[in-house]
Design a protein around this ligand. Structure first.
Ligand code: URP
Ligand code: ZN
Ligand code: ZN
Length: 490
């Protein structure tokens, strides 16, 4: 916790709001011993003997990292069929803060038939006054009407909603190929970034029907209905669309080898295809859906976790730069809940289990422990994947995602020696389980600051709901097209 500076005899050379002393400061490119001076919520000096401040934090033996930017999480997203996400902006962002994350980017999701502007206005109402960390919005485009494509989307992009997700699956959200091409065309015109959920919907439906006809409806069959091949095909198709329109895209939540191969192939052809992966593809396998009884429902997410060999392929991509960002895809449904994993209070066939698992608070410690601690990635890569790159990709850098003069003082102070056994009872989300129960990690974010204010310390909240501010996003410089044509392939 910050310590009050009570030495009244000391004449301040410079009076800052806060000084963080004696820490090892880590950015995506550098690791240095220096102090950080903060005033007005921003970093104003880096160095030694910086003067005095109203408060100080002694970070001896600790690492001072840019706060995490979780660029893929779902909070209080309206759901169909009586389902409800467990986390709203308050519980979700408290959980984020306690896990070292200082910016979240959830989704303002358009329902079919709804105006995109109305979806954004509704989502602002859900966030307003509730968040403790800062937040931006991606859009989910599920109904690309003429009005959406010509008017709403371009005008929302110009107002700071510069990224949007499209789905190739889920009946209530999916677009057909032509619609995806139309959305990509708007992204190209405006300089926005499209995130694509790549799974082949018809193949999933066909496999699901066949499995159900054989009474194979337990949670573990979710993974069998969504094999790697259908993710590979959809990934290739998405890459083809990107080529046709000549615009960069991001493939979200990549789960294994065959999708990775498609992305490597596209990069070798000079395409700007970005890729994201998530903890579930490094730390879970399909066997986690095969727990006794119905408990496998806890790990139902899409694409599903694969096997150990695929985990290694994902680790390789994390280490060698194939993946630009590492996000949680936190999609919070309670297990023991009629609005969650047991819709209507029933253990339902896998097709009705809401997809998604929680992970906002465990994203960073898991990657830190196994990635950095396990010698797979450097500390600087850790910062790049979890903070700097997502901030750059979504137009929030350099305000977010780095430790630099002028940047927001969004910081996570890590104890690299702290050993923690993950227990849901110690987490701060509103979900009644974590898939990582009992996992031992080394390294934990002990203090989290958002714009110079300590928001979480030793797992306790120090800020009130409403500290978090909305962040309009700039057009993503990092995702700027390298146009090969003057207007796509047209
Ligand atoms: O299973 C998942 N990933 N649920 C969240 C929604 C999505 O597709 O990201
Ligand atoms: Zn998705
Ligand atoms: Zn998601």
């Amino acid at each position: 916790m910050p310590r009050q500076n009570n030495n009244r005899n000391e004449i301040p050379v410079k009076q800052f709001d806060l000084l963080i002393r004696n820490g090892t400061v880590v950015t995506a490119s550098d690791t240095v011993q220096c102090d950080i001076a903060i005033a007005g919520g921003r970093i104003v000096q880096l160095g030694h003997d910086l003067g005095s401040a109203r408060e100080e934090i002694d970070a001896s033996g600790k690492l001072v990292l840019p706060g995490g930017v979780d660029a893929h999480c779902h909070l209080d997203q309206p759901m169909p069929d009586g389902l409800k996400m467990a986390d709203d902006f308050e519980s979700g962002t408290i959980s984020a803060a306690c896990g070292g994350t200082t910016t979240v980017i959830p989704f303002a999701a358009q329902e079919k038939g709804q105006s995109l502007r109305a979806a954004v206005a509704d989502y602002h109402r859900r966030a307003e006054g509730r968040a403790v960390v800062d937040y931006a919005f991606h859009l989910i485009v599920s109904d690309p009407t003429e009005t959406v494509l010509r008017d709403e989307l371009p005008s929302l992009i110009r107002k700071g909603y510069t990224s949007f997700k499209v789905y190739m699956t889920y009946d209530d959200l999916k677009l057909n190929d032509r619609e995806i091409l139309d959305v990509l065309t708007v992204a190209r015109q405006e300089g926005a970034l499209v995130m694509i959920h790549a799974e082949n919907s018809d193949c999933i439906a066909w496999l699901t029907d066949r499995l159900e006809a054989e009474q194979k409806t337990a949670p573990r069959f979710h993974a069998i209905a969504r094999p790697m091949a259908i993710e590979r095909e959809a990934t290739h198709r998405a890459i083809t669309f990107s080529e046709l329109v000549d615009v960069p895209i991001l493939i979200v939540h990549v789960s294994g080898r065959e999708a990775v191969e498609q992305i490597r192939w596209s990069r070798a052809r000079g395409m700007k295809i970005f890729a994201e992966t998530c903890p579930q593809y490094l730390f879970l396998t399909a066997s986690d859906l095969d727990q006794p009884g119905y408990h496998g429902a806890k790990c139902v997410c899409s694409p599903p976790p694969r096997d150990r060999a695929n985990q290694e392929v994902i680790w390789d991509g994390v280490a060698d730069g194939l993946f630009t960002i590492f996000s949680s895809d936190h999609a919070p449904f309670r297990y023991d809940d009629p609005q969650g994993k047991q819709p209507g209070g029933q253990e339902v066939p896998f097709r009705y289990i809401p997809n998604g698992i929680p992970g906002l608070e465990t994203r960073l410690p898991l990657l830190f422990s196994e990635g950095v601690g396990g010698g797979r990635i450097s500390l600087n890569q850790f910062v790049a994947l979890t903070s700097t790159n997502p901030a750059k990709l979504y137009g929030l850098h350099p305000r977010k995602g780095t430790i630099a003069i002028g940047a927001d003082a969004d910081l996570a102070i890590w104890d690299p020696q702290r050993e923690v056994v993950i227990r849901n009872a110690d987490l701060h989300h509103a979900v009644d389980y974590t898939p990582y129960e009992g996992t031992r990690v080394k390294g934990w974010p002990v203090t989290t600051l958002v714009r110079g204010k300590v928001v979480a310390h030793e797992g306790r909240m120090q800020a009130t709901a409403g500290h978090g501010e909305f962040l309009p996003c700039a057009l993503p410089e990092m995702a700027k097209p390298r146009y090969r044509t003057s207007g796509g392939s047209l």
